[in-house]
Write a protein that binds this ligand. Structure first.
Ligand code: NAD
Length: 480
């Protein structure tokens, strides 16, 4: 099967007829091909977007909102098909795709369908000067959206929905590792009545078509989610062109567990925050710090709980963990486990490949717990992005705060305590963009989302996303 680019409302082959193999991680087989798009394909996608912009940017908010709502409804209607495609393309459990990925993709469109009707701008009455200022929030024009493989449709739509809601036209590129649901979205866009050219989807490798989108002189804003190194490279290319940039990058998130927390809730959530989606969520808590007085109990109970997780083929409804996304990624994750001792860690649970009956060539790995002694070790400093967490004890609040902040990343943190003062002290002092207290991954789409330090710049979510995808223009009128 061949996946096609979606340009000007039509499905087209890459002009140079170059293709990339697409793997099914559950069995290691190549099951489709995707366009390895070039500059020529980008030229066509850009042209379509540019032509669509004058009309789309002047389309009423009600109309735009209605179309986004239509898209949301169609995604919901086609949930079984989209979830199955996501599980096959990514290796994630089908149940997870059904309950999280696809519903969230629909919610992204529905949220911005509503949000755009409430997006207002400011006026400033220059009292005593007989002048009034008002600020327009105008769409930027053609913008670029580039997304990663871990939550394919979820993150792809998280960018596209606010971009088009705000009146922009888009050239978007999903990850070449998980292109399928973005491809299926094209059909939905047509059915929903999105005018041709408003959203164009080009497939291919980051180094060619991704790079070309970023370097395109007339694509004025780039919303990117992916690795920190890629983000740094994108910033280097885009900065001299003064593009607007939103970069959502990697993380190495601390989970801080105090003895005074609600223990059972914490344990259940910590298993999820460690291993959901095979640990391939940028928000997973991968450095777990436990107050010394409950460390031994936690260690025993955590191992017991994790040992109950079932690694299985993604289509088996009893699988808690599916396959990792690709062979190279599996090898990268394994290299951290294999070298754990050298990095000062001790594997206390898991660490082995798993062979699944009838899926023997898939990329399966046990959920893995490594005990470390020092937060400065490689295992606590580098993003592994797989089903691997570290645990270590701490003695007091200052010590754990220092360790949590001793990281080049600053995406999210999870805090488990029932002490309100401690909650406030730590939440204020921790260097992350997001803090969850006594919960994990509870998302309200109105809230700002993003990280500090090497986890990125800019915020997405709610009105922040609409601000990013618009350019403020102040108009000052003098009257006598
Ligand atoms: P990646 O950086 O390899 O790729 C992300 C996207 O960028 C892909 O579409 C890729 O093709 C494209 N790309 C690669 N090189 C490019 C270039 N030179 N120019 C333009 N585009 C290019 O990341 P990945 O491996 O797909 O995703 C995993 C990473 O994403 C992890 O580090 C994870 O933490 C991060 N992530 C962050 C968030 C967040 O919200 N902060 C969310 C999910 C994932």
């Amino acid at each position: 099967m061949k996946i096609k680019n979606y340009i000007n409302g039509e499905f087209v082959n890459p002009i140079l007829d170059n293709w990339i193999d697409n793997y099914n991680p559950s069995n290691g087989e190549i099951y489709s091909q995707i366009p390895n798009s070039s500059d020529i394909d980008l030229k066509n996608a850009f042209k379509a977007a540019k032509n669509a912009f004058p009309k789309w940017s002047e389309t009423t908010l009600e109309k735009r909102s209605q179309i986004l709502s239509n898209i949301a409804h169609l995604i919901t209607e086609k949930l079984p098909e989209l979830a199955a495609a996501e599980a096959k393309d990514n290796g994630k459990p089908l149940e997870l795709a059904k309950s999280i990925d696809i519903p969230r993709a629909a919610a992204n469109f529905q949220f911005f369908a509503n949000a755009i009707t409430q997006f207002a701008s400011e006026t400033h009455d220059s009292v005593g000067l007989n002048a009034i200022n008002f600020t327009l929030r105008q769409p930027i024009g053609v913008v670029g959206c580039i997304s990663p493989w871990n939550l394919p449709l979820y993150l792809f739509t998280w960018k596209i929905a606010p971009a088009i809601a705000a009146g922009n036209c888009v050239v978007a590129k999903p990850s070449e590792i998980t292109p399928m649901t973005a491809f299926l979205l094209g059909e939905i866009l047509n059915e929903a009545g999105l005018p041709k050219g408003v959203l164009n989807i080009v497939h291919g490798s980051g180094k060619t078509i991704g790079q070309a989108i970023v370097a395109h002189s007339e694509i004025k804003a780039i919303s990117f989610t992916g690795g920190t190194q890629t983000g740094a490279h994108i910033a280097k290319v885009a900065a001299p062109m003064f593009k607007k940039l939103s970069l959502e990058l990697g993380g190495k998130n601390p989970a801080i567990i105090f003895a005074d927390c609600n223990y059972d809730e914490m344990l259940e959530a910590t298993v999820r925050s460690s291993f959901a989606n095979q640990g391939q969520i940028c928000l997973c808590g991968s450095r777990i710090f436990i107050e010394a007085s409950i460390y031994q109990k936690f260690k025993t109970d955590f191992i017991t709980a994790v040992s109950k997780l079932k690694v299985g083929n993604p289509f088996d409804s009893t699988s808690d963990l599916g396959a990792l996304v690709s062979k190279p990624h599996l090898e990268k994750v394994r290299s951290y486990i294999d070298n754990a001792a050298q990095y000062g860690g001790k594997v206390i649970f898991g660490g082995n490949l798993v062979s699944i009956h009838n899926f023997e060539s898939g990329y399966y790995l046990e959920p893995t717990i490594i005990e470390v002694k020092d937060n400065s070790c490689v295992l606590n400093q580098e993003e592994i992005f797989g089903p691997v967490v570290t645990i270590m004890p701490f003695n007091n609040e200052n010590e754990v705060l220092a360790m949590a902040n001793d990281s080049s990343y600053g995406l999210s943190a999870t805090l488990w305590t029932n002490d309100l003062k401690k909650t406030m002290r730590i939440s204020k002092q921790i260097h992350t963009g997001i803090v969850w207290v006594n919960t994990w991954l509870l998302r309200d789409l109105r809230t700002p989302f993003g990280g500090v330090k090497n986890s990125g710049v800019g915020r997405e979510g709610g009105l922040e996303a609409l601000r990013f995808f618009t350019e403020p223009k102040n108009i000052c009128i003098k009257y006598n």
